[in-house]
Write a protein that binds this ligand. Structure first.
Ligand code: BDR
Ligand code: CA
Length: 308
């Protein structure tokens, strides 16, 4: 199996992503790092531990990380995720505890100890990952791939008209990570919005005896109810699917910059979609040249729905 570490802000769709990763025989979850985002950090950790219980997971280390973005102020938790950030399911408290070390230190230890390069799956603001990359450049080569849910290719934003939440929550961290030169795949909002489960299927999940299916179903039902929709997105779980079955998505290696100025545009991922000739001809207008990452713009939604 592929060794992975998930960085999360659980988060109802982070919960779906964790359940998928924990159940996927193709992945070996080495650990989970938590960061402020959808909820304040203590609640993110609590939610994550509860999800490990639901999955009856073995002792997988969970590390608490950054409690604030690098520059931005702390913001109110996102209401759509419920008061507890995870659909208010009333899951019982967990007796699991997070590890003693900070998430950034956990990443250092885990990557240094791994026998092969590790895939990082970042489903939250990139604060933990940015601090880790800045502190331990000697460990960059231990990251086999960095799959990030974040940003947009051509779609509108979801937090501002132009910016996606994970990037907008900590634009400076995103800028550090996207410019790092690591092998990054960006699972953008364009594809995030495409993979959904219908209410009828959701009710079938809930009717199953398997607690993982039930909890996934109840989270999805919360989303249907909140948005008054007959379908619910699997959200962050799509980025996990893109690690399990990479053939289900398509992207392009493209220059990308995180807008750090602006008001409305702050946190936008400006993807250079111009033809390469005009990009080259007008190079002086984009100095210094932005880093390139694999920006995912197309997804086989039916395939990922079936996988999920
Ligand atoms: C991202 O923001 C969060 O609310 C979700 O968990 C997802 O990671 C989507 O913009
Ligand atoms: Ca998330």
């Amino acid at each position: 199996p592929i060794p992975v570490i998930l960085d999360v802000d659980t988060g109802f769709d982070d919960a779906l992503a964790l359940l998928l990763a924990l159940r996927a025989p193709q992945l070996e979850v080495l650990g989970i790092t938590c960061v402020v985002g959808n909820q304040r950090l203590p609640q993110v950790v609590t939610n994550t531990l509860k999800i490990l219980d639901v999955a009856e997971a073995p002792e997988i280390p969970v590390a608490a990380g950054m409690t604030l973005p690098l520059l931005e102020p702390l913001r109110m938790p996102m209401l759509l995720h419920g008061r507890d950030g995870m659909a208010d399911l009333g899951l019982p408290p967990s007796s699991r505890r997070p590890v003693e070390v900070h998430a950034v230190e956990f990443l250092r230890q885990a990557l240094a100890a791994a026998s092969r390069p590790v895939t990082l799956i970042a489903l939250a603001p990139l604060t933990n990952i940015a601090v880790f990359l800045r502190m331990y450049p000697e460990l960059h080569s231990r990251v086999g791939q960095l799959m990030i849910m974040g940003g947009t290719y051509a779609a509108a934003g979801n937090t501002t008209p132009l910016a996606e939440f994970n990037i907008r929550h900590d634009p400076e961290a995103a800028a550090v990570v996207l410019a790092s030169g690591l092998p990054i795949r960006l699972y953008t909002l364009d594809v995030f919005r495409r993979v959904a489960i219908r209410r009828k299927e959701i009710e079938q999940f809930i009717a199953q005896p398997d607690p993982v299916a039930q909890v996934a179903g109840r989270i999805l039902r919360h989303s249907c109810d909140y948005f008054r929709s007959d379908r619910a997105l699997i959200g962050d779980a799509g980025a996990v699917a893109a690690v399990i079955e990479p053939e289900g998505v398509q992207g392009e290696q493209l220059p990308i910059t995180v807008e750090l100025g602006g008001t409305i545009s702050r946190g936008q991922t400006a993807v250079d979609r111009r033809p390469p000739e005009s990009r080259a001809r007008l190079r002086e207008w984009c100095e210094p040249a932005p880093a390139e990452v694999d920006v995912i713009h197309t997804v086989d939604a039916a395939r990922y729905r079936a996988l999920f």
